[in-house]
Design a binder for this molecule. Structure first.
Ligand code: ADP
Length: 511
């Protein structure tokens, strides 16, 4: 009998040791709390995750040491419920590590009972899911962005054709002899249509996936160039400008136009916030090289951003501006551009203390520099060129064909139009043309296919095709244009753009 008891005891001790070891080597936090929430068990993994040694935490209140202040009451309530639940339970809460970071932990909890069956505390196994949740939320943001991007890009392309006709015809009419009242009204139509154009442009940029044109870029120069556009208006609106541009910033491979767009957005937002808030303010722009990263800050003395909004300002269509003043796309475009540069953008703000937007960009020293699709020739010189010649215009939109016809006829070109590629091929069989203008996206038979046919039958003319596209953001379109090297014009276009590109095409062998 006594032999049997000692066996049991030995077995019990071994088991106890085994459990102790298992807890100690577990790959999750194991924490035991007594019935008041004081810490009685804290394994190595808990030490590693939180940065505290067990000697520092034993006997201390779990709530006081680890729980964010504003959540203590709620978590104490959860603790009570867990303690009184027979079945193991799962809970999730934030804890603060020794270095002040917030960690999100998922706990599996069970009661601790003494020999008489009385509940003396709880034992919890915790898994740190902070990184995982962050990734999930980034993933769901990019999924949402991609679905929204497709929708937005579809709508924007549909709007482009009618808008092109409105802008083009209004410009033509303004040039015609008319009384001042008619001119005034036409100018209003033109201005408003241009406003819609800007919105469509914003939508397309928001939805874009096109390759960036990266080149060695000096960020300080891009900031200076952006300020050349904004300096006067900031001065007029009582916004003081303070610049701290470090001389240590190296060049990095980046798309300077896109970065300029980001800077314009951030400056405009700060400008508007300060003007609306107090009619004056100070904008500080600084660049620094920190740990081989270029850090750019835009610090304003505006009203600041409330905490709830701070987490939403980079979401598409989030705006607090009154209707007509904001689209809510600015910061989401900035976010995607900086992300495509493998950088980071974030905002810090406190009500009444202004806002700081920080960009962190990597220094990239070598990269492939893609060719620009159109090289910049001196248009003014070319405008002295001789007019005249025969142009075939192919587009499935009747209004666009009419607009091209009107513009080019006014320029003394002979114009033939075709509603689709088949009609265009009939025309090409029977006539010689000096230039072709061809829509890329036509039902059934695309501009790309037509180009390939022209290339095999009339290679000289193939080099003189100007493509028209409402889909310049599309990577396939970009690739095609880069490969052919042919010029293109993006819808909606202005009359001057058409004139310039046709001048260029008649004045050069190949653009
Ligand atoms: P929009 O300017 O069209 O509203 P954005 O995406 O650029 O769109 O900005 C979203 C929102 O972020 C703004 O409506 C505004 O509430 C807030 N915001 C952005 N920049 C600032 C700033 N510097 N100060 C205060 N609020 C800002």
């Amino acid at each position: 009998m006594s032999d049997e008891k000692s066996k049991k005891e030995i077995y019990g001790e071994l088991l106890c040791l085994h459990y102790k070891n298992a807890i100690e080597i577990a790959n999750s936090l194991v924490v035991g709390l007594d019935s008041q929430g004081y810490i009685i068990l804290f394994n190595s993994f808990a030490e590693k995750t939180t940065g505290y040694k067990r000697e520092e935490v034993f006997g201390k209140s779990w709530f006081d040491l680890f729980i964010p202040e504003d959540e203590i009451n709620e978590i104490k309530q959860v603790f009570k419920e867990v303690k009184n639940t027979e079945q193991p339970s799962t809970t999730e809460n934030k804890i603060i590590s020794r270095d002040g970071n917030e960690l999100l932990i998922v706990w599996s909890n069970s009661q601790i009972k003494d020999e008489s069956g009385e509940i003396t505390g709880i034992l919890s196994y915790g898994i740190d899911v902070t990184q995982q949740r962050m990734l999930e939320s980034q993933l769901s943001r990019s999924e949402r962005m991609s679905a929204l991007g497709q929708l937005v890009s579809g709508v924007a392309h549909e709007l482009n054709n009618p808008l092109t006709a409105v802008i083009g015809y209004t410009q033509l009419l303004v040039g015609v002899d008319c009384d001042s009242e008619t001119r005034r009204m036409l100018n209003i139509i033109y201005r408003e249509a241009e406003r819609c154009h800007k919105i469509v442009d914003g939508l397309l940029q928001f939805a874009r996936e096109y390759d960036q044109v990266k080149e060695p870029t000096q960020i300080n120069d891009v900031i200076e160039a952006t300020l050349n556009l904004k300096r006067y208006q900031l001065h007029v609106d009582n916004i003081q400008l303070e610049l701290h541009l470090s001389g240590d910033i190296p060049e990095t491979m980046a798309d300077p136009h896109q970065l300029q767009q980001v800077f314009v957005n951030l400056i405009n937002n700060a400008h508007q916030a300060m003007t609306d808030h107090s009619g004056r303010g100070k904008l500080t722009i600084q660049t620094e090289l920190i740990d081989d990263k270029i850090v750019v800050k835009f610090i304003d003395t505006g009203p600041g951003i409330v905490k709830d909004n701070l987490s939403r300002i980079f979401d598409p269509f989030f705006t607090t501006k009154e209707s007509g003043k904001g689209t809510g796309l600015g910061l989401s475009i900035c976010h995607s551009i900086i992300e495509e540069h493998n950088g980071n953008i974030y905002a810090e703000s406190e009500i009444g203390k202004g806002s700081t937007f920080t960009l962190v960009l990597p220094v990239v020293t070598s990269d492939e520099i893609p060719d620009n699709v159109i090289n910049d020739a001196n248009i003014e010189q070319m405008q002295d060129s001789v007019f005249g010649g025969k142009i075939l215009v192919v587009d499935d939109e009747q209004k666009i064909l009419e607009l091209f016809n009107d513009i080019l006829t006014m320029m003394n070109y002979e114009v033939v139009t075709a509603r689709n590629a088949i009609q265009a091929m009939d025309n090409l069989d029977n006539n010689e043309y000096d230039l072709m203008i061809c829509d890329m996206k036509m039902p059934g038979f695309s501009g790309e296919k037509l180009y390939n046919i022209v290339k095999s039958t009339k290679p000289d003319l193939a080099e003189r095709i100007i493509f028209v596209t409402g889909d310049i953001i599309n990577p396939d379109t970009q690739k095609f244009l880069r490969e052919t090297g042919n010029p293109y014009i993006a819808k909606p276009f202005s009359v001057d753009e058409i004139k310039d590109i046709v001048f260029k095409s008649f004045s050069t062998e190949k653009i």
